[in-house]
Design a protein around this ligand. Structure first.
Ligand code: PLP
Length: 395
């Protein structure tokens, strides 16, 4: 039997895939699981205790995104939030005859595959291209909008390369043509300021497990007065917009995580930004044939995506994992597929570069010493992999 030695130290650099739970999140969730088991819809003490816990969490999540608690709908995560926003809103407006949907080509699959599903049912769809900065230009959106456009969905920060999109400007353009605007803020909430009013959007989705909360819970903010059809029908939970007994422990955990993320945001952003920049500069210096993908200026502070010439990203990922370093080749949902990154493809990179890039996403536990170790081990690993392959150098 093959035996692998356990690496001396494990370094987690995949926080855009998911983050570990904060101890205080676990403590609060455990208390709810043990003691506050009531159904929030029940009238008695136990029900009201659970309802109060959900209400508190709603206020905490609302605070993180500058919203009114009554406009926050709890979901099972970012994917469901994106689905409710797109399907629920466009189906509510089906009678208007507006049947054109617009999204950027670098959206998460939760948006892209939802548009594909609606396209199969007769909606027209347009995907906005991006240039090598990985940013959607307002001019591209302006050209795509028509009087039939019902909804535009452009993410706030991209999960693979971290670029921040000019959401406020894009939302204004959509509104000028009478279309709704949704943004997937799953990768920005908790990392940089997110304010629904400043962004001027109609709907915004977030997910708890990207900011040290539990998996399987998220929230969708829906501007007051906007009609959105439910995807799940049944009871009257969540103001009849999402039926089903609430995931009380998950929701409560999300609330705690939201409060902590809001409190630490500024200091964590500057700490992680400095660590990320050091990692990036160290790699570019120590490893020949490397380049950063996407705009280095408009990015969330924890993310860098680097291409390694004459390397297959999956091989590098595995080699790094054997050294104890966890990174990713792009979105966790498409890893293991060996598919080229749809984000890098949409940015116009050649076939090789769409498959030779690694995402490093930093988070709370990362230290200077960890970054030093990655910079120290990477050149040797890359050199070894390059010596094993005969892939010719490409631009
Ligand atoms: N949107 C973006 C940008 C993401 O990065 C993710 C998760 O990777 C999702 C949506 C899906 O969120 P969830 O895993 O909570 O369904």
């Amino acid at each position: 039997m093959l035996r692998f030695e356990e690496p001396v130290q494990r370094i987690y650099l995949d926080h855009n895939a998911t983050t570990p739970l904060l101890p205080s999140v676990i403590d609060r969730m455990t208390a709810v699981l043990r003691e506050e088991f009531g159904n929030p819809s029940s009238v008695h003490h136990f029900g009201q205790q659970a309802k109060a816990a959900v209400d508190d969490a709603r206020s905490e999540v609302a605070e993180l995104i500058g919203a009114d608690p009554s406009e926050v709908l709890f979901t099972s995560g970012g994917t469901e939030g994106d689905n409710i926003a797109i399907r629920g809103a466009v189906e509510a407006l089906e009678g208007t005859g507006r049947r054109h949907l617009v999204a950027s080509a670098i959206e998460h699959e939760a948006v892209l595959n939802t548009l594909k599903a609606l396209a199969r049912r007769g909606w027209e769809t347009t995907l906005l291209s991006v240039d090598q900065s990985g940013i959607v230009s307002p001019a591209t959106l302006r050209a795509a909008l028509t009087d039939r456009t019902v909804l535009v969905s452009v993410m706030h920060a991209n999960n693979e390369i971290g670029t921040i999109q000019p959401v406020a400007e894009l939302a204004r353009l959509a509104h000028e043509r009478g279309a709704l605007f949704h943004t997937d803020a799953v990768q920005s909430a908790g990392k940089i300021p997110v304010n629904v009013k400043a962004l001027g959007v109609d709907m915004l989705s977030v997910s708890a497990h990207k900011f040290y909360g539990p998996k399987g819970v998220g929230a969708l903010w829906i501007r007051r007065g906007l009609r959105v059809l439910p995807l799940l029908t049944g009871g009257r939970q969540e103001r009849s917009r999402r039926a089903g007994t609430e995931n009380v422990p998950g929701i409560v955990g999300m609330g705690v995580a939201a409060t902590i993320a809001a409190g630490k945001m500024e200091s964590e952003a500057s700490r992680l930004g400095a660590l990320r920049d050091r990692l990036e500069a160290g790699i570019l210096r120590a490893v020949p044939g490397t380049a950063v993908n996407g705009s280095p200026n408009h990015r969330v502070p924890n993310t860098t995506n680097i291409s390694f010439d004459r390397i297959e990203a999956e091989s590098l990922l595995i080699a790094l994992d054997l050294e104890g370093v966890a990174v990713s080749t792009g979105s966790a949902c498409s890893s293991g597929t060996l598919e080229p990154s749809h984000v890098l493809k949409a940015m116009g990179f050649n076939a090789h570069r769409t498959q030779n890039s690694i995402r490093f996403s930093l988070g709370a536990s990362n230290t200077d010493a960890e970054i030093d170790r990655v910079i120290a081990v990477l050149p040797g690993i890359v050199e070894k992999l390059r010596s094993l392959t005969r892939t010719p150098a490409r631009a």
